[in-house]
Structure formats: C-alpha cells, structure tokens
Design a protein around this ligand. Structure first.
Ligand code: CTP
Ligand code: CA
Length: 226
C-alpha cells in the first residue's frame, strides 16, 4: 500500500459507499441509465480501505474490477440500491458516502415483452425513485453521511442546499459541465462543503482526489461529538 498520508485515518471504521449508475428497466431489453463510470466511488472505496476501514461498496453496473479487500454488493435499480445500502448500514456503519448516479425516475411499469414500435411518438410514464442518501441520512441511527452533487450551474448554491435538505454532514460538489472532468472521465475537480467550511480539491486524478477526501472526511468524522 502506497503511503499517501491517510494510513490509519479510518482504522476500524465501517464504511458504506454507493457507486456507479443505476439501470431502470423499460422492457426485457431496454433501460434508462446515465454515463456514470463508477470511478470516483471505486477510488474512494480503495482510499478508505487503505486508510484502514472495512468497506462495503454497493455498486451499480460498471466495467471496473472489484477492488481487493472491498466487499462489493452489486445492484441494478435504484430500489435495489436502497435495499442493499440499508442492509449494509444495518450491519453497522460509521461513515456512509453516496457517490452513485442514481436514476431519479423509473418507468412506471416494466413491459413483460419487448415493446414494438407503432406510432410516430410515444410517451413513457415515469415515477420517482427512492433517495438512498436522504433515507440513510434521515435514520435515527444515521452514520456520518456524505453526499455528492453533480451540477451544471450554480454549483455551490445547489450543493449547499442539498446538504441542508438531506441532513448531510458534508457534500462534495462537482461541476459536470466542465469538459474532461467529472462524469465518466479520469480526472475530477471538486469543492467540498460542510457546515463550518469549504475547500476545493483538484483538478487531479480521481485516485488522488479520493485520498484527499478521505483525509478531509476523517478529520470531520474524528472530531465529531455525535
Ligand atoms: N442520491 C441517492 N438516491 C437518489 C438520488 C440521489 O442516493 N435517488 C444521492 C447521490 O448519490 C448523491 C446525492 O444524492 O450523493 C445527490 O445526487 P444528485 O443527483 O446531485 O441530487 P438529487 O437530490 O437527485 O437532485 P437533482 O438530480 O434534482 O439535482
Ligand atoms: Ca438526481
């Protein structure tokens, strides 16, 4: 393990991380999803592991190898993600980090057979998905909870609003409108907000950003009176 200066910072802590996209089925061969690669969540899982944590990674479908020494729990839909993340938190969790790009809506029904094309236009009724992050943060036994916010404008305002609305301890905001950074790319640049401060990290590799995030999160977590 490379010495990144984070060694031991999360010693003995139980960490649950969500990562990747979700897929919401339309029919047996089609789904709604997004371009999330899962890289930020996987890098964070590895950085938390290297800092001494026991890590559960609840992961949507990605094309990344399972990190060694990390308990990966694969999921497909937003409903699965909530169920698996809740089960992992039930097992004991000090820190919950939601990096997943969860589909906000799913088709109201999944057709049993492949939908055939007919008219020139079609509409697909969608219903809201459950919010894993807000659900975990709202538990009576909520762990220290960190969210991510992908925004294309007014990044700070929307991110801080999300932190307050979802009752988070920290939020990691990234501007996904910057080409070559963030969504589905190797590098990232983020601004982290918590009630008493904020700091910018990057542009840098997602691995390096993950190490800086682990250092910053453990500082707040270990200072936490709760
Ligand atoms: N999140 C989640 N479950 C959802 C939606 C979002 O756990 N159903 C989490 C994401 O993993 C992320 C945070 O909530 O940590 C913010 O996600 P984002 O999509 O930026 O915010 P939303 O609350 O969905 O709001 P909007 O998409 O309208 O900006
Ligand atoms: Ca969303």
């Amino acid at each position: 393990v490379a010495d990144t200066g984070t060694s031991g910072l999360l010693a003995g802590k139980r960490v649950v991380i969500t990562a990747g996209p979700t897929r919401e089925p339309i029919d047996p061969v089609r789904y709604i999803s997004n371009h999330s690669s899962g890289r930020m969540g996987y890098a964070l899982a590895e950085a938390a592991r290297d800092a001494g944590a026991r890590v559960v990674l609840v992961s949507g479908p990605v094309s990344l190898p399972a990190p060694a020494g990390v308990d990966v729990r694969p999921v497909v839909t937003a409903d699965d993600m909530l169920a698996q993340a809740s089960a992992a938190v039930d097992e004991g969790c000090d820190l919950f980090v939601a990096t997943a790009a969860v589909a906000d809506y799913r088709p109201e029904t999944c057709a049993g057979d492949k939908i055939k094309k007919s008219s020139e236009q079609m509409a697909l009724p969608l219903v809201r998905n459950p919010d894993t992050l807000a659900t975990i943060a709202g538990r009576d036994d909520a762990p220290f909870t960190v969210g991510f916010a992908a925004e294309t404008s007014d990044v700070a305002r929307y991110a801080v609003d999300k932190m307050q609305r979802k009752k988070l301890r920290m939020i990691v905001a990234n501007d996904v409108s910057v080409p070559g950074l963030g969504f589905n790319s190797e590098n990232n640049a983020v601004t982290v907000f918590w009630p008493e401060g904020q700091t910018a990290i990057g542009p840098d590799s997602k691995q390096r950003i993950a190490e800086r995030l682990v250092a910053l999160i453990s500082e707040q977590l270990n200072a936490d009176p709760a």
